[in-house]
Design a protein around this ligand. Structure first.
Ligand code: BF8
Length: 671
């Protein structure tokens, strides 16, 4: 039975999205929002109680004590389903990391058209961590060695993944004692599949111990490699002015939207779009040039490095096409809805798949190959420009917001201490004094089962009032951007007094955009540096910090959650739990639910909980932060202790209406 259709305001909190959903209904076109209303989720599968791992089933367990045909219990089935999801998520991130490492190898050997090593300093820093010689060697020689080392991490059979040495010493010790240091990225994923085949590992806790190892192979392996190499090849992000939301699409230009995750092609499309030959070609087609924008994590990659605007997050992919203004949506891997192709048949938009791993029936396939990257990027742009003449009526919501992304951990380190004394000391001091109560990482997806962006932005705003510094990645960061929360001083009147003082002193927004989903490894690095700086314990689990994914939906999100837990973090997910079990059965006997929470906490100091109610999420976050503050012997958080050191300029700015204040701070907004 279909659910009742929600109102537009119930489906999304973003006015641009509401406008496009009205448009979709006018045109009689369905979207993920309406499909979510039409499709009631399966409550047995949703709770992790359906096993379809062999031909004797699928076995749907609906009664306490019931088992599958083979005798598998609900707990075993839930653990198997969970580890398989974590393995798939980790595989997606890590395969992305593998491709980045191969690109680095090709660039080092001058076999990749159009790419250069942009951040030689980061290359040297990363290579030194692993003992790769850097003195008197060319960047290409160093990059070649680093690429070989990184490529080897995927197929390694024994030993330890090398990036693990970047974790706090105490954390490494815990992992070694537990036997969960990943041996090789691929090995851990394969073993997860093996263990969950019919008749293999049947002890839920034993299965979930391996889930930790698979997830660590992602966070301290594949994803970390992806971030390192992206920075080396395309530049380590630093603050830059950008824009977000559908209003970045332009009526008088050829709109090309890049969507997916890997920055290799999108960075080359950025370069190609600025080529005079391509601009001329677009003008000859009657347009004023090519207007590039992004969706999902590809958006984050080019936004934080080049300031290319983000058309939106996950649930905006269909809405961008509904504007009728997109000549081409160029997709690579992950989070690409199959519905795009059918939707695009109502307009002139071409869906162009580019990855050898991803094809969609009905899409145009122009395969990307790093050896001819610039040539292929230009071919894609010419295809889009040729399509401009086919554009019909457009409907672009005139809604967009400025933002300042680009807070890599290197930049945070620099901004806190300057060139000569770059350090996390000021951040640790601010937490120790209580000016900053703690840190929350708010990350992850949109999910059409919940009101788009609402949970992200509500939790963010409420925690800011409580002097919690926020870091964001992925679709969560774009949600905050669309609401103007990544705008530096302009939003500080809504922030706790102590946090506000720190932001004013350092000159940062209270919400720091740290990149795409693979860049959650930047957060691991920040937490490690905070632990190593001193004053907040000597391991990640002692820091007053919490990770939240209020609107999660992907398997990648589960992999991220698990490696954060294994690294010592308390992680809260919104929405529904994939291991919730029977609604009336949450009890001590619910092994998986308890094991990923109290069980993992007793071993790793971090835990994973699913909390659908946003106020309860906030309460749990603050309670955890305060508990960690107390364990460190830090002063009890007092909201009235700080905030009297504001300067006259801020007070003067505060008295101005919002638009005038913004103009005074940023000048004329970029149109
Ligand atoms: O990797 S946050 S919806 S886009 S999975 Fe996908 Fe989720 Fe967005 Fe980036 Ni991450």
């Amino acid at each position: 039975m279909a659910k009742e259709k929600r109102s537009y305001e119930e489906q999304t909190s973003d006015p641009a999205a509401q406008e496009m959903l009205i448009r979709a209904d006018e045109l009689g076109i369905g979207t993920a929002f309406s499909r979510a209303d039409d499709m009631v989720p399966c409550n047995i599968g949703g709770a992790g109680m359906c096993c379809k791992l062999c031909g004797m089933g699928p076995c749907r367990l609906t009664k306490d004590g019931q088992t599958g045909v083979c005798g598998a219990t609900i707990d075993t089935i839930q653990a198997r389903n969970l580890i398989r999801a974590i393995a798939a998520g980790g595989a997606a991130h890590s395969d992305h990391g593998r491709d980045m490492a191969f690109t680095l190898k090709a660039v080092a050997n001058r076999e990749a058209e159009g790419y250069i090593i942009r951040d030689v300093a980061k290359l040297r820093t990363v290579a030194s961590k692993y003992g790769i010689p850097i003195d008197k060697r060319s960047p290409e020689e160093i990059a070649n060695d680093l690429a070989d080392l990184y490529i080897a991490q995927f197929g390694q059979q024994r030993g330890e993944l090398v990036p693990v040495i970047r974790a706090p010493k105490k954390r490494q010790q815990i992992w070694r004692e537990q036997g969960v240091v990943p041996r090789g990225v691929d090995r851990e994923v394969v073993e997860a599949l093996h263990r969950t085949h019919i008749g293999d590992d049947q002890d839920p806790e034993h299965i979930l111990q391996h889930a930790i190892r698979v997830a660590l192979a992602d966070g301290w392996g594949g994803s970390m490699i992806a971030t390192d190499v992206a920075d080396i090849l395309f530049g380590t992000p630093a603050p830059i002015l950008g824009q977000a939301n559908l209003g970045v699409l332009k009526d008088d230009m050829v709109n090309v939207v890049v969507h997916g995750h890997e920055p290799t092609l999108s960075q080359m499309i950025v370069a190609a779009s600025q080529d005079p030959e391509i601009i001329e070609y677009a003008k000859a087609a009657g347009a004023n040039g090519v207007n590039l924008s992004g969706i999902c994590c590809t958006a984050n990659e080019i936004l934080m490095r080049q300031g290319i605007p983000a058309a939106g997050n996950f649930l905006h992919q269909e809405l961008a096409i509904l504007t009728g203004s997109v000549e081409a949506m160029v997709v690579d891997v992950q989070c690409i809805m199959q519905a795009l192709v059918e939707l695009a048949t109502n307009f002139h938009t071409k869906i162009i798949t580019t990855s050898p791993k991803v094809k969609i029936k009905g899409a145009t396939h122009i395969e990307f190959d790093e050896q001819h990257a610039l040539t292929i990027a230009k071919q894609i742009l010419r295809t889009a420009i040729d399509n401009y003449k086919n554009r019909g009526a457009t409907h672009i919501p005139q809604i967009k917001e400025d933002l300042i992304p680009g807070f890599s951990h290197e930049y945070i380190n620099y901004m806190l201490g300057g060139s000569y004394r770059a350090s996390f000391r000021p951040l640790n001091d601010a937490i120790m004094s209580g000016r900053i109560r703690g840190v929350a990482a708010i990350v992850g997806c949109n999910n059409p089962r919940s009101k788009q962006d609402y949970l992200h932005t509500y939790v963010t705003q409420e925690l800011l009032k409580q002097d919690v510094l926020i870091v964001e990645t992925g679709c969560g960061a774009i949600a905050a951007a669309k609401l103007g929360l990544l705008l530096g001083e302009a939003g500080l009147d809504k922030v706790g007094a102590g946090l506000r003082e720190v932001c004013e002193t350092v000159g940062i927004p209270p919400v720091l955009h740290m990149g795409s989903c693979v860049d959650n490894t930047r957060i691991l690095t920040v937490l490690t540096q905070m632990a190593e700086e001193g004053g907040l314990g000597d391991d990640i689990d002692q820091i007053p910090a919490v990770g939240l994914a209020p609107e999660w939906m992907s398997e990648k999100a589960l992999a991220i959650a698990t490696y954060c837990v294994a690294s010592g973090a308390y992680v809260i997910f919104g929405g529904s739990s994939p291991v919730s079990g029977m609604p009336d059965r949450v009890s001590d006997s619910d092994i998986v639910l308890h094991y990923i929470s109290e069980g993992w906490e007793s071993i790793y100091g971090g835990k994973l909980e699913f909390i659908p109610d946003p106020d309860e999420m906030i309460r749990a976050t603050l309670a955890h932060i305060d508990k960690k503050r107390a364990s460190l012997g830090l002063p009890i958080y007092d909201p009235d202790r700080f905030g009297r050191s504001g300067d006259a300029r801020m007070l003067e700015l505060e008295s101005l209406p919002f638009e005038e204040r913004r103009k005074a701070l940023y000048g004329t907004p970029v149109v």
